[in-house]
Design a protein around this ligand. Structure first.
Ligand code: NAD
Length: 499
């Protein structure tokens, strides 16, 4: 079905009505300092709208609003939480075309990817609507004289710092769980993708969420994100972004003894064992790395392949890669824009470095789109072959459409190579022998493992990292834990000893 918003923008540059200002106390409010920033269309490399450049004063106002919001929402019944989250799922589905178009325009991602993320967003609200009905404590037997029970209570006012690669889905996975638990929130979206968080905060109020429970402050990481994550009223921070910023966020939150969930980067391996299905690997590797132009924390950015299967798999992969179109996300191209000029430069520097080191670039290795109208930030899908384990393209996250290929001679060597980076987010295994694959899954040091389908999973599967990929889990039942605090209440049923 055609997206009318996308068609209007491509035809004449016409935009839907976009939110204006921060979202605080249930309404849009201008920034106190009066400053605005441009949001850019990455496929054209030029501004399309402005948004509020918030700072500590706006954060103060938003945290005060969230504190009032928490006083109301913590007392809501499971049924009330269920109702708001279910209605929100329906509203996301009602406004799916708008959300997908704005997400695609703001981030650069392909419209189909954005539609997929909006679909997952609606499912996340549905899922946590169900979870809201199931939060229960326990009763602990202590003999005849005492009885003890646990209450699972919301932790309080929470902060959510969102990256630019999945702005809609990342907002949803953290906010849906937060609201199901009875917490309130201040959200800081990435400065290159501010709009869908603002739209969804307003939708939550339309769904019946009391004003002040979810607030959004836009602006840069330093000016708005910093004051938010170090605010003493914040009891939990969910941060999704880079390792460097995540470490800083954990440090400032520690000053307030606030808990933190860190969803950080990755260098995830897709391991093709000697008995793999070659075509399944080629297709899995293709979309494992090239979805969202490789700007995915859990992208399968390394193909670790058994030597006897290398030529067959890699020749298919080269053919599939060279058939991909590169262009404006709203026009439905396979490889969409890179989110910013700075990110494009980082990707190009990685590949240029590999070239200078004499590595084999099988295809790609250049900037630019297929269509001269797309003058923004594009990088051609790139395959780099036969890399040693210590190459920078194997050890460092590139966050772009670049697949690093490593060749190995045994399952043990594949496992060692897979675990050899400082990250531990995701791993995929391709094998026709499930016991062989399961043995490897057990020994992989990563938060998730998929077998014979790199992107297998869903919103009910817990997601998170090990090592420098972070800690804590989002999605699934585990995703609610960060927002709940256990209180033990113990009662004496008989007179105390000696009374
Ligand atoms: P980033 O760390 O630069 O920015 C992420 C967010 O943090 C943005 O909203 C930014 O404004 C904010 N921020 C920046 N400085 C801050 C500060 N001092 N205090 C508080 N907030 C601050 O990350 P990025 O480069 O925009 O995103 C890409 C990275 O995110 C990649 O490394 C990727 O792997 C990671 N990521 C991880 C996941 C996951 O779920 N594990 C998902 C998406 C992206």
């Amino acid at each position: 079905m055609t997206n009318a918003y996308a068609a209007a923008y491509l035809d004449s540059g016409a935009l839907p009505v976009l939110p204006n200002g921060h979202f605080i106390d249930g309404q849009f409010q201008p920034p106190i300092n009066g400053q605005m920033m441009d949001s850019l269309d990455p496929a054209l490399g030029r501004p399309f709208a402005a948004f509020a450049a918030g700072d500590a004063d706006d954060v103060e106002r938003a945290v005060a609003s969230a504190t009032r919001g928490f006083a109301v929402w913590r007392k809501s019944t499971p049924g009330e939480r269920h109702g708001v989250l279910s209605r929100m799922a329906a509203l996301v589905r009602r406004d799916a075309a708008l959300l997908a178009m704005v997400d695609s325009l703001d981030s650069g991602k392909a419209l189909g990817e954005a539609e997929g993320d909006v679909g997952a967003t609606a499912r996340l609200f549905d899922y946590y609507a169900g979870i809201a009905l199931t939060i229960e404590g326990t009763q602990i037997p202590l003999g005849q004289d005492l009885i003890s029970m646990t209450f699972r209570e919301p932790v309080g006012v929470t902060a959510h710092v969102i990256p630019w690669n999945y702005p809609t889905g990342t907002f949803a996975r953290s906010i849906a769980a937060c609201l199901a638990a009875g917490c309130s929130a201040v959200v800081k979206p990435a400065e290159t993708t501010p709009f869908t968080a603002l739209i969804m905060a307003q939708l939550l109020v339309e769904a019946g969420l009391p004003a002040g429970v979810v607030n959004v402050v836009t602006g840069t990481g330093v000016a708005a994100g910093g004051p938010l994550t170090e605010h003493p009223a914040i009891r939990h921070v969910t941060f999704t972004g880079s390792v460097t910023t995540g470490a800083r966020v954990a440090q400032v939150a520690a000053r307030n003894i606030a808990s933190v969930t860190l969803e950080l980067g990755g260098k995830s391996p897709l391991i093709a064992l000697s008995d793999c299905d070659a075509m399944a690997v080629a297709n899995g590797a293709l979309w494992g790395i090239f979805s969202n132009a490789g700007q995915v924390c859990s992208a399968g950015s390394r193909l670790i392949i058994a030597r006897p299967r290398h030529d067959e798999v890699v020749s298919q992969l080269v053919a599939l890669t060279e058939a991909l179109s590169v262009g404006h996300g709203l026009r439905g191209c396979d490889i969409n824009a890179i989110n910013s000029a700075a990110q494009l430069d980082r990707i190009a520097a990685h590949v240029d470095g590999a070239r200078a080191r004499g590595r084999t670039i099988l295809t790609g290795g250049a900037t630019g789109a297929d269509d001269a109208r797309d003058t923004g930030w594009f990088y051609r899908p790139t395959l780099i072959d036969d890399l040693p384990g210590d190459d920078a393209c194997v050890t460092q996250e590139i966050f772009g459409p670049v697949l690093s290929i490593q060749i190995v001679d045994s399952d043990e060597a594949a496992l060692a190579a897979a675990n050899a980076t400082e990250f531990g987010l995701m791993a995929g295994i391709y094998s026709r022998d499930i016991t062989r694959a399961l043995a490897m899954a057990r020994d992989l040091d990563s938060g998730q493992v998929t077998i014979n389908d790199y992107w297998a999973g869903g919103i009910s599967v817990p997601f998170g990292g090990r090592k420098k990929s972070g800690y804590g889990r989002e999605k699934g039942h585990d995703g609610i834990s960060a927002f709940l605090s256990t209180k033990a209440v113990t009662i004496r049923l008989t007179p105390p000893p000696g009374a």
